[in-house]
Design a protein around this ligand. Structure first.
Ligand code: NG6
Ligand code: CA
Length: 508
């Protein structure tokens, strides 16, 4: 009898090993997701001129990945990959979306928050959404649906797309926050509303000038992408955006501490327009881009303080990353280029946002769990699409039909095993990493981006790099290593299929 009981206990713990957190409660899960934060933008990844002590503390006490990837070099596809575990290039619509785009994730689709809900979690997204809302034509004055609530989030307090896109309002569980019924809000991405000033027609009204794109409606002196009219009482204050979302994230944690929760805290820094709160202005010496990174670091510190004060830190897995690599000039004159000095936003990596070179998708990525994860640096190849399968394992659930690999032990610092290969994506073009090798197929260049000094990594020739020996991708080995190249092309095609058939992306 005693033996049977012992066997039962052993069996029970081997089936549900990870659920047994200290107090028997399922662990909370918090994803802190920056926007356009580069591999070299924070001090734990080598930034010399920017000090990010709050982020560093977590990274240094957790598993810090040196080969951690977003799936894509832009926002929407990366977020799609993160939340579904499916490669974004499998969905043709997964590209930078306008603020009026329909919901990209199917309401029947499996998602990270849905999976957690089934396991008894409360789920929340606070911050940037940028995965589309509604079914095509949205009336912003009524309930906006389907949206985050319909793909698994019990609570959603979000901006529709980006800070530089209309509508510049917060959306609280489907409703525009603070909207007055007497001042209805209208949004259009094709044409302006009669008589409304724009960045193009009324430069004298601007407090921030546009460099490229960004010449639509003016809100708070900042010209945006797209046009909007009305909704004055609901418009956000750009300089308060970070504080506002932080406040919502903290309030959520405090009011949900009794049950296990999943919080996806999708921060805005350092995406354009870079509008630090007054107390951070000038703090970095690198202009607004540096200042908002310091502001983001402060926000992380505040959220962690809240988790600690509420006694939750021992039972919370924190995952930190960024949706894509860095960009300096992303369409506004904001001194990012002029004031960056010796700072290298992508660290040792080549390229950045929008590109297939490593700087586009290899991003800061670490896990932290007080008392559970032993501090270490891991070279394992991991990607944000792996979170859904790994977290499923952690909570005793299962996911099917994804590109996600269960790397829970690696995320917990118990193994150094990573993915064998990974397809990365930039503006619907894809490249392939296997082991230490990275192969980029031939693609035409992108004159629009190249004109603003953005290196997208495209070339009429195949490119092959040994990332272990040449992290900066200086030496194309495609011609010298034809066997290696053919092997990679074959392996790539077996995962990716017809990679040549890509459509060109219009910048909106
Ligand atoms: C581009 C915008 C850029 C940024 C990006 C989306 C122009 C010229 N550029 O189209 O400023 O908004 O879209 O960034 O308009 S992301 O991080 O959300 O993918
Ligand atoms: Ca981004």
């Amino acid at each position: 009898m005693k033996l049977a009981y012992t066997l039962f206990i052993i069996l029970a713990f081997s089936i549900f090993p990870a659920i047994a957190a200290d107090n028997g409660k399922k662990p909370n899960i918090v994803i802190i997701y920056f926007d356009d934060l580069g591999y070299g933008d924070i001090s734990c990844y080598g930034a010399m001129g920017l000090k990010t002590p709050n982020i560093d503390k977590l990274a240094n006490e957790g598993v810090r990945f040196t080969n951690g990837y977003a799936t894509s070099a832009t926002c929407t596809p990366s977020r799609y990959g993160l939340l579904t575990g499916v490669y974004p290039w499998r969905n043709k619509e997964a590209k930078i979306l306008p603020g009026s785009a329909p919901l990209l994730i199917g309401t029947e689709q499996q998602t990270l928050p849905k999976m957690l809900k089934k396991e008894g979690y409360q789920t929340a997204v606070v911050g940037k959404w940028h995965l589309g809302l509604g079914t095509g034509v949205v009336d912003w004055n009524k309930k906006i649906t389907p949206g985050p609530n319909e793909v698994g989030f019990d609570y959603a307090y979000v901006m529709a797309a980006t800070q530089d896109r209309v509508p510049t309002v917060y959306i609280d569980n489907g409703y525009v926050d603070g909207l007055s019924p007497n001042d209805l809000i209208l949004v259009d991405y094709d044409k302006n509303f009669e008589g409304q000033p724009t960045g193009k027609s009324n430069p004298e009204l601007l407090s921030m000038k546009w460099h490229h794109g960004h010449n639509g409606s003016i809100v708070n002196g900042i010209p945006r992408i797209g046009f909007m009219k009305g909704g004055e009482s609901a418009k956000w204050s750009d300089v308060d955006l970070a504080d506002h979302f932080l406040q919502k994230a903290k309030a959520y944690v405090k009011s949900h501490k009794a049950e296990p929760f999943f919080l996806y805290y999708a921060m805005n820094q350092p995406h354009v327009p870079r509008t630090p709160a007054q107390r951070f202005v000038g703090k970095s010496g690198m202009g607004p881009r540096g200042d908002v990174i310091l502001e983001g670091d402060w926000c992380v510190g505040e959220l962690i303080k809240t988790l600690a004060d509420e006694g939750l830190l021992d039972n919370t897995l924190i995952i930190f990353s960024s949706d894509n690599g860095p960009v300096l000039n992303d369409g506004y004159y904001d001194d990012a280029v002029e004031k960056s000095g010796n700072h290298k936003p992508a660290g040792p990596l080549r390229g950045g946002k929008y590109g297939l070179f490593e700087g586009g998708t290899r991003v800061p990525f670490f896990t932290y769990w007080k008392g559970k994860i032993q501090p270490q640096i891991s070279d394992a190849l991991v990607c944000q699409i792996d979170l859904i399968a790994s977290i499923a394992k952690l909570v005793g659930a299962e996911v099917k039909n994804t590109d996600s690999e269960n790397l829970l032990n690696t995320f917990m610092g118990k193994s150094n095993k990573g993915r064998k290969n990974l397809v990365i994506e930039a503006n619907t073009k894809t490249a392939f990493r296997k082991g230490d090798w990275l192969m980029i197929p031939p693609y035409p260049g992108d004159p629009i981006l190249e004109e603003v000094n953005i290196e997208v990594g495209n070339s009429p020739e195949y490119q092959l790099y040994n990332l272990k020996k040449d992290i900066g991708q200086k030496q194309n080995l495609a011609k010298g290593q034809p066997k290696k190249l053919s092997q990679l092309i074959m392996d790539f095609e077996s995962v990716r299929g017809d990679y040549k058939n890509v459509e060109k992306i219009e910048l909106k």
